[in-house]
Design a protein around this ligand. Structure first.
Ligand code: PLP
Length: 368
């Protein structure tokens, strides 16, 4: 059986060595040595101005929105072609999601669709670097600047991606990275928020630790979203290998391209000049292929190969949001269409070329 993903892990001994001192210090969380070390390493790797670690990427999004101090029912323009987390972070913060459609070529927010959605309640834009494809940052940020909006990128997929040498962490007002076990870089569970404003950072640090700002001083109704020393230690170890892991992913990605390009009705991910990609996912759009996306998933499954309808359904088609906000998924036709045709194939650093070929072969065999 081949799973759709397989977590990257450092050699066992490296992790054991990294956590050894925790048995002496007995300092297991609350910003200890491992936390500080990982923070510094990540700041350097991502070229991040300011960085705050979190229990997971989702909470980084929620705290990022809360730290902005928006009011109830303020609006955030986002995209429906994403993991539920992007939209739930908005809803759970008492804000209203407003959906802009995506572009057909790279599935990121269509900047041309944004301005028409701005109202006097709009406070922020929350685009997603889907599959590690960087958004049209210049256009989106120009619109944000013109209307005084905060730009928070969901960069959960974009770890290690650069555009003309500029890190994905350097766009907008803030960016969230997820370090979940299935992502390109993982701390088992974990995430980070990258931002520019140091004052904002102070508030985030307090919010993720019960609102504590000093001795006997509680300045905010904070929660708990701290990263533990054990998770930080996993990150320290994994970060030392992440470039090798990305290279291994690249080999699989390129093998898929080699095998599948030319197949009629299979749209494959494109490489863009100037972009250092992280090869996080291999999304294939079944558009006029001999079998549908759902049939392809079934065929692969019969052969013990797991694939994922990533993303289906679009978040604006989920009844949990649709009813309350009177959302119509037909208003974002491209997102709706892609969600019905896209399948992500297995891709992880340790995947063999034999497996990559076997998966490609099963798909190609369906061609009539
Ligand atoms: C993984 C992911 C998240 C959530 O991150 P967690 O670290 O799992 O909480 C949010 N948005 C997108 C697009 C993701 O892929």
């Amino acid at each position: 059986m081949i799973n759709v993903t397989r977590s990257s892990m450092p050699p066992f001994e490296e992790y054991m060595e990294e956590i050894r001192e925790l048995w002496d210090t007995r300092f297991l969380t609350n910003g200890g040595v491992k936390h500080k070390k990982l923070e510094a390493m990540l700041k350097e790797y991502l070229n991040a101005p300011e960085l705050c670690l979190f229990t997971n990427g989702h909470l980084a999004l929620e705290y990022a929105l809360q730290a902005m101090g928006f009011e109830k029912d303020d609006e955030v323009i986002t995209t429906p072609f994403t993991f539920a987390s992007t939209t739930t972070s908005i809803v759970r913060s008492g804000l209203k999601p407003v959906f802009a459609d995506i572009k057909k070529d790279d599935f990121t927010m269509d900047a041309e669709k944004v301005e028409a959605l701005i109202t006097e309640k709009t406070r922020a834009i929350m685009p997603v670097h889907v599959y590690g494809n960087l958004c049209d940052t210049e256009k989106i940020e120009a619109i944000a600047q013109k209307h005084g909006l905060f730009v928070l990128y969901d960069a959960a997929h974009a770890f290690g991606v650069t555009k003309n040498g500029v890190s994905a962490a350097n766009f907008g007002d803030a960016s969230m990275f997820s370090f979940h076990a299935t992502k390109v870089f993982n701390t088992v569970e974990g995430g980070a928020l990258i931002f520019r404003d140091g004052q904002y950072g102070k508030k985030l640090e307090a919010l993720k630790n019960f609102g504590i700002t000093g001795r006997d001083e509680y300045s905010y109704a904070g929660g708990n979203a701290k990263m533990s020393e054990f998770h930080a230690a996993m990150g320290i170890c994994n970060l030392l290998h992440v470039n090798d892991e990305i290279e291994k992913r690249r080999a699989v990605f390129e093998r898929y391209i080699e095998n599948l390009s030319g197949a009629k009705g299979l749209l494959l991910p494109k490489t863009v000049p100037g972009i250092r990609h992280n090869y996080a996912y291999f999304p294939v759009v079944f558009d006029g292929f001999s079998i549908t996306r759902d049939e392809a998933q079934e065929k692969l499954s019969e052969n013990g190969i797991m694939s994922r309808k990533y993303f289906y359904p679009t978040t604006n088609a989920m009844p949990i949001f649709k009813e309350e906000y009177r959302i119509r998924p037909e208003d974002t036709p491209t997102a709706l269409e892609i969600s019905q045709k896209v399948l992500t194939l297995p891709l992880y650093a340790d995947m063999t070329m034999e497996d990559t070929d076997r998966i490609s072969e099963i798909l190609l065999r369906q061609e009539r």
